[in-house]
Write a new protein. Structure first.
Length: 457
């Protein structure tokens, strides 16, 4: 078939991996670097805030988790707006909100205002999830979609590593505790400011323009410009997708349910990692605690991210999620059941690190990818936003109850609860189809007769 005679979706699905894919990935991925930095730096900052303001345990849990419950609101609202008014219409707004809230958090005069500003930050972070995932999914080709969307999410790994590095640098420079935690939080504004321009210059999703708005000619023209004529398609209307969310209720249960139970386990432990390390090695200094946190992220998490996006299209997106839930659950089971595992530093670090590796090489990446490819184009950001939002509510619960559970059950008992959530995540994954290797339209059952209304004339 002559390349100019291909439909827009055919051209996108068949396009070879090119520089324009890399541009889209970096533009979307920089937001996830910011998200990760902002979400996880609070765990280190809280150690300093506790020593300065001496808040109650429930207040510590609220500061660490308020941005996560706010992300529920942001993900749902921005996801729905992106389906109603376009991805580009809201792309960048959430980055501006993140930048402003990071600066405000650094200037918070007390715990109340810190909670307020972290809530606003969370709204921006939540809004970033559906728009970034959906834009990359809709620019991706069929063969490399998992890799490209996974690479967007894997920019989170940089945020995980840079956060502790920034903290170590500030602490090593001798900053007093009040200045140190404020610098840690405020520096989150810098990457957010850096991506605002990139995001506003990115064109609207061609699939959205063509299949939701019916503006196929405009979509084909913008795609040719963005890809520098590497991808050209005929400006022939393919019809408008009019799917209803009710038809995807089981899919939503699978994507939102698996992401919810994973985020409960993952964020509850990740944001609380400095506190966990203090429980395992109570006599360690803050510098040592942050250093161990950095080592866990760098040695276990980062390789997991890389292996996930580089292999998931071959292994299968659903299958990789099953593998990850099973392996991380097993690690939590051993940590919780074997006596002495939560007090022996080296064995604990090995198993805790393995749980991190299989979280990244599994559901932390795949829940994000699957939610961006199993819903039709007119509901894709809504479905992803609902899934991400419900997940962040699970993350909120995990972080909020961690100080409470660890006090009541001890670290071992808390990790056994996490094991239970991993089992539920494995079972819920069985509800989902395997989209790897399929076109985005086929994975989302988008071309069904009841979903697609062909244009006449």
């Amino acid at each position: 078939m002559n390349e100019r005679n291909r439909t827009l979706t055919q051209a996108l699905n068949e396009a070879p991996l090119s520089l324009f894919h890399l541009r889209a990935m970096l533009t979307a991925g920089m937001g996830f670097f910011t998200d990760a930095y902002d979400l996880f730096i609070i765990g280190i900052a809280l150690v300093l805030i506790k020593s300065e303001w001496h808040p109650a345990a429930w207040m510590v849990g609220l500061v660490g988790s308020t941005s996560l419950v706010a992300a529920f609101l942001g993900a749902f609202v921005f996801g729905r707006l992106a389906d109603l008014y376009g991805r580009k219409s809201v792309y960048g707004i959430e980055a501006m909100l993140m930048a402003a809230a990071a600066v405000a958090s650094a200037l918070a005069p007390n715990m109340f205002w810190l909670i307020v500003f972290r809530f606003l930050l969370g709204v921006g972070i939540g809004g970033d999830y559906p728009v970034s995932a959906v834009l990359m999914s809709e620019y991706a080709n069929a063969r490399d979609r998992g890799k490209l969307v996974g690479m967007v999410f894997s920019m989170q790994a940089l945020g995980l590593v840079i956060g502790p590095m920034v903290a170590l640098t500030i602490l090593a420079a001798g900053a007093n505790p009040d200045t140190a935690w404020r610098l840690m939080l405020g520096l989150g504004a810098l990457p957010a400011l850096g991506v605002i321009y990139l995001r506003r210059t990115m064109p609207e999703s061609p699939r959205y323009l063509s299949r939701v708005k019916g503006e196929t000619e405009r979509a084909a023209r913008q795609l040719a410009v963005f890809t520098r004529s590497q991808v050209e398609a005929a400006a022939v209307g393919e019809g408008r997708v009019t799917a209803r969310l009710g038809s995807y209720a089981l899919t939503l249960l699978g994507t939102a349910g698996t992401w919810f139970v994973f985020d409960y386990a993952y964020y509850g432990n990740s944001i609380s990692t400095p506190l966990i390390m203090k429980m395992v090695a109570p006599h360690g200094t803050l510098m040592e605690t942050v250093a161990w946190t950095l080592i866990i992220y760098a040695v276990a998490a980062v390789p997991g991210y890389i292996l996930a996006f580089s292999t998931m299209d071959r292994i299968g997106h659903r299958r990789l999620q099953l593998i990850g839930f099973a392996a991380m659950g097993l690690a939590f089971l051993v940590l919780g059941l074997v006596p002495g595992m939560t007090t022996a530093l080296l064995p604990f670090l090995v198993l805790y690190g393995l749980s991190y590796f299989f979280a990244e090489f599994g559901p932390n990446t795949t829940t994000f990818v699957l939610s961006g490819e199993l819903f039709p184009v007119n509901l894709r950001a809504t479905g992803h936003g609902l899934s991400a939002g419900i997940a962040k509510f699970g993350a909120f619960l995990g972080v909020f109850v961690f100080p409470i559970l660890s006090t009541a059950l001890g670290l071992a008992g808390t990790l056994l609860v996490t094991f239970g959530f991993s089992v539920v995540g494995f079972l819920l994954t069985l509800l989902l189809p395997e989209p790897a290797g399929q076109t985005l339209e086929a994975a989302a059952r988008e071309d069904g007769a009841l979903l697609l209304q062909r244009e006449i004339g």
